[in-house]
Ligand binder design. Structure first.
Ligand code: PHB
Length: 313
């Protein structure tokens, strides 16, 4: 897959002479294009991937998605303060999973918690059942879970099938697992799952209500956190071009993007002028039913969170 991304990116840059190359749902794809962006001086806009280090791979990279440490550190603090003492971590075995696991565990242990086991699950076609059994056998207060967008429903189904929702083991993590577009089909086992994340379709702002309504009308399903990364990415390109008066060379565009601030459907966001990474609110949320529908309902806001992965300790 990354090889294919690299070839396509090369064609877009060399043959089509694009000014911005944008998207990148997964970390490996964002990483392989970084050297091409640097060499060609073309802006690479990461709208979806979430590994901390990506933005350090080229001075032409900016990001409108999120990083895993942004939310994993917040949920670690919440867990330590909410009677969760022993945790088993389960993460997808690739870079964002490693970021989530490391940032959660370091912070949770610093807050007095213990990690009973750290489990990694293959990224492709995962079967969570044996890992969930191992996790349950350790009798933790909670399981910390990171799976990428798209795998949450499978995970929740297997979690419920093993009866873990009834065994008193809480489920916590970054919000990828309770992905808004899949949440309505997850069933009641997902009720009470607590996550930290940058977007909920339930975010109570006028801007988000309009966004959700327009998105549902166009697609017949709920917008998720990936959609908002793309939407804000397009906004950033548009506003940067306005600021440069249409100049689209990489140096002008990336300079225009640095420090840009605006209101997103997720809340207020900006591009950190030093790191070109996104600064945004992280919300604590709990899955609840509203008018018979499952939602990630926000109950606490941490404003203007930078990527903890880049804050030197
Ligand atoms: C990724 O960076 O590959 C990534 C991170 C979080 C997701 C999906 C993909 O939910």
């Amino acid at each position: 897959m990354p090889d294919n991304t690299k070839r396509l990116a090369q064609e877009l840059i060399v043959n089509d002479k694009v000014s911005v190359i944008a998207g990148f749902e997964i970390t490996p794809a964002a990483m392989v294009v970084a050297p091409l962006a640097t060499e060609a001086k073309v802006v690479e806009l990461v709208m979806a991937a979430g590994t901390s280090i990506i933005t350090e791979k080229s001075p032409y990279i900016a990001r409108t998605s999120f990083t895993l440490p942004q939310s994993s550190v917040i949920i670690a603090d919440w867990a330590a303060k909410n009677k969760i003492k022993k945790v088993v971590t389960i993460v997808s075995d690739y870079a964002p999973g490693a970021d989530a696991e490391k940032s959660f565990s370091e912070r949770f242990k610093a807050g007095g918690g213990t990690i009973a086991e750290a489990i990694k699950v293959p990224l492709a076609n995962p079967d969570f059942a044996p890992f969930l059994q191992r996790a349950a056998d350790a009798k933790p207060d909670a399981i910390f879970i990171f799976v990428p967008s798209g795998q949450g429903a499978t995970f929740m189904k297997q979690f419920a099938e093993r009866g873990l929702d009834k065994a008193g083991i809480k489920l916590i993590g970054p919000g990828d697992v309770t992905d808004d577009d899949l949440l309505p089909q997850m069933g009641d086992a997902v009720l009470g799952v607590v996550t930290a994340h940058m977007y909920s379709a339930d975010h109570p702002s006028a801007k988000n209500k309009a966004y959700v309504a327009a998105f549902e009308k166009a697609n017949n399903f709920r917008p998720n956190f990936m959609s908002v990364g793309g939407y804000d990415g397009m906004h950033l390109i548009y506003e940067a071009l306005k600021k440069t008066g249409g100049k689209a060379d990489g140096d002008s565009l990336i300079a225009a993007m640095k420090g840009m601030k605006w209101e997103s459907p997720r809340g207020p966001i900006s591009i950190d002028p030093e790191t070109r990474d996104i600064v945004q609110n992280i919300y604590m949320r709990k899955v609840e039913k509203k008018n018979g529908q499952l939602y990630n309902v926000e109950f606490q806001t941490f404003p203007d969170v930078k990527d903890f992965g880049k804050i030197k300790k």
